[in-house]
Design a protein around this ligand. Structure first.
Ligand code: HEM
Length: 133
């Protein structure tokens, strides 16, 4: 997998979806989608873009499972956190409410795992992460 390209494409997709939701909110005059808009853009667009730049700048080994899991939990979490946040707020009753809560918790945790792995990687790949001479 080309991590930079994969992250960049997903970042661009989230940018598109997030700004589209923003335009819809502005046009409709209803801000119900605001948390989803904000998180799709800040997590999906900005964080994935930052991760793409990270993998482009530093030579993280292609075979690293740690890095691959970091990338995929970031991408999946960028979908599951914003959608979980939205459904959990919107569905208040019935069996779907419990499902929405569990989805929100699991979805948010997936994203959290990605950020924890990223933190760990800054130590595991110390040799690859250097200032330019
Ligand atoms: C087509 C472009 C965009 C449109 C039309 C748009 C529209 C909006 C609207 C209508 C709101 C609600 C404002 C309010 O509560 O008074 C909002 C909130 C927000 N937007 Fe956007 N937005 C756009 C792009 C972006 C981008 C590129 C980002 C970040 C990279 C972003 C991040 C946010 C955040 C974080 C909030 C929440 C602010 C808060 O609650 O204080 N938006 N946006």
């Amino acid at each position: 997998m080309n991590r930079t390209r994969t992250l960049l494409r997903f970042a661009a997709l989230f940018a598109l979806v997030g700004t589209f939701i923003g335009s819809h909110m502005a046009g409709a005059g209803s801000y119900a989608l605001k948390p989803m808009h904000a998180h799709i853009l800040v997590v999906g667009w900005l964080s994935l873009f930052a991760f793409a730049v990270f993998y482009r700048m530093f030579s993280i080994p292609k075979k690293s499972k740690l890095a691959n899991i970091q990338v995929w939990t970031a991408i999946i979490g960028s979908v599951t956190l914003p959608t979980g946040m939205y459904w959990e707020r919107m569905i208040n009753e019935g069996p779907l409410a419990a499902f929405a809560l569990i989805y929100y918790i699991v979805g948010g945790t997936i994203l959290l795992v990605s950020f924890v792995l990223f933190f760990i990687m800054t130590f595991v790949f110390s040799d690859q992460i250097n200032d330019r001479e």
